[in-house]
Design a binder for this molecule. Structure first.
Ligand SMILES: Cc1cc2nc3c(=O)[nH]c(=O)nc-3n(C[C@H](O)[C@H](O)[C@H](O)COP(=O)(O)OP(=O)(O)OC[C@H]3O[C@@H](n4cnc5c(N)ncnc54)[C@H](O)[C@@H]3O)c2cc1C
Length: 375
């Protein structure tokens, strides 16, 4: 069988590239996915009990500063404007995440919190995001105390649960990213555009696929039909190590066990996401009705248990960022570069944690450079 363009993976990366090829080049595209649904990890559906829109692979909030990406997706969806707020339970109190001035006042007695607020503003200025590593490097005993408190109470327990290793076994980039936000801004993201597709992500993906030149085949694993098909271009958004038959070894991932629980009450928790750095075995609980501000008598909540990825047992969720894994990925990347007319993109092929806007940008950029690559 011959197809001009084949895209492996019907997640956001695969769908953007397919949409561009069909709508801009007027060429047919076949998308394959081994799952039973479109959308990859942003797939959402209506829960049959509460009728609330649920994100099957964990909570997704779209946020970006990239107007091009925002305008591109806005062709396929209207938006429910939504600013994410995350709380963490620390010493029994729900405090704002990222840790900010309100969080300082929530966890310390007034005479300490007033002093800390004054000190952080004097040292770093107002409305600044300071990595806690930088806070810790200060000579001031109070600031060091605050850095250690945030590290211990907010970061350490969550990281061990999330990654299954101590922070020192991960890239410095992970811990250096944990900020204290010297502000009263309680939003999780500060991007200019923050929203959720009004009718959900799956509907947005359906609209992107609504082109007679695009066909989708689900329940189809590329590796099983690879030898039967010929193509002019192949876009691969699956795992790069799997594509090369694990020649250099497996790229490690963390996985998640998401357990959904229905509650026969209108609301279960105080906001969409509560983190539990210190207590329980799950990392966070998420209540979905907040996302599209849906009204219903009952509610649905997911609990996330982080676990190691095992081939054939669970799903790949997060690439594990450390030097060894980057080196291993680079070996696959070198092989990938030698292939003509096969393009690798998306979180699994690039072995990178991407936010949705980064995936869209990656696919749009690849599409815009196709001619140059082929020259
Ligand atoms: C828990 C969690 C929460 C997140 N929350 C956010 C958020 O709030 N905001 C945000 O911007 N981003 C978020 N993200 C990131 C977001 O999920 C990704 O950026 C995006 O889904 C990646 O799209 P993709 O197409 O690269 O990969 P995927 O969605 O994984 O798509 C790849 C597809 O390829 C298919 N496939 C793989 N191999 C094969 C094969 N051999 N044959 C056939 N099909 C194959 C898979 O079945 C899959 O459907 C989150 C990620 C996680 C893990």
């Amino acid at each position: 069988m011959y197809y001009k363009n084949i895209v492996v993976g019907c997640g956001l990366a695969g769908v953007v590239i397919a949409e561009r090829i069909a709508s801009q080049l007027n060429e047919p595209v076949l998308i394959l996915d081994r799952r039973s649904h479109i959308g990859g990890n942003i797939y959402d559906y209506k829960d049959s009990i509460s009728k609330i829109n649920v994100h099957k692979y964990g909570p997704h909030v779209f946020h970006t500063n990239n107007k091009l990406v925002w305008d591109y997706l806005s062709q396929f969806t209207s938006w429910h404007y939504f600013m994410y707020r995350v709380k963490a339970v620390i010493d029994g109190n729900e405090v704002n995440i990222p840790f900010n001035i309100d969080s300082i006042h929530k966890v310390f007695p007034k005479f300490i919190s007033d002093r800390l607020e004054k000190k952080v503003i004097e040292h770093f200025g107002f409305n600044k995001k300071i990595p806690i590593l930088e806070l810790n490097e200060s000579d001031d005993a109070d600031l060091k105390f605050l850095a250690e408190f945030i590290y211990e109470k907010v970061f350490l327990g969550y990281t061990i649960k999330q990654w299954g290793v101590k922070p020192e076994d991960l890239d410095k980039s992970v811990s250096s990213r944990v900020p204290i936000y010297i502000s009263r801004d309680g939003r999780y993201f500060q991007d200019k555009y923050q929203a959720i597709p009004s009718y959900g992500y799956t509907k947005m993906i359906e609209n992107m696929l609504n082109n007679s030149l695009i066909s989708v085949k689900l329940h189809t694993d590329f590796s099983e039909i690879q030898k039967l098909i010929k193509y002019e271009r192949l876009f691969f958004t699956g795992p790069i190590d799997e594509f090369f038959n694990y020649e250099f070894g497996e790229l490690p991932y963390r996985s998640l066990d998401l357990r959904f629980v229905n509650y026969d009450k209108e609301y279960f928790q105080s906001g969409p996401q509560i983190n539990y750095p210190e207590s329980y075995d799950f990392t966070r609980s998420v209540e979905y009705k907040y996302f599209l501000d849906e009204r219903s008598e009952s509610t649905i909540v997911s609990y996330e248990y982080s676990e190691a990825y095992q081939k054939g047992v669970n799903e790949r969720y997060y690439p594990v960022p450390n030097a060894r894994n980057h080196q291993l990925y680079n070996k696959y990347l070198e092989k990938a570069k030698q292939l003509k007319n096969i393009y690798f993109l998306g979180r699994l092929a690039d072995y990178k944690y991407y936010n949705m806007d980064q995936v869209v940008e990656r696919a749009l950029t690849l599409f815009n450079t196709l001619d140059e690559i082929n020259r």
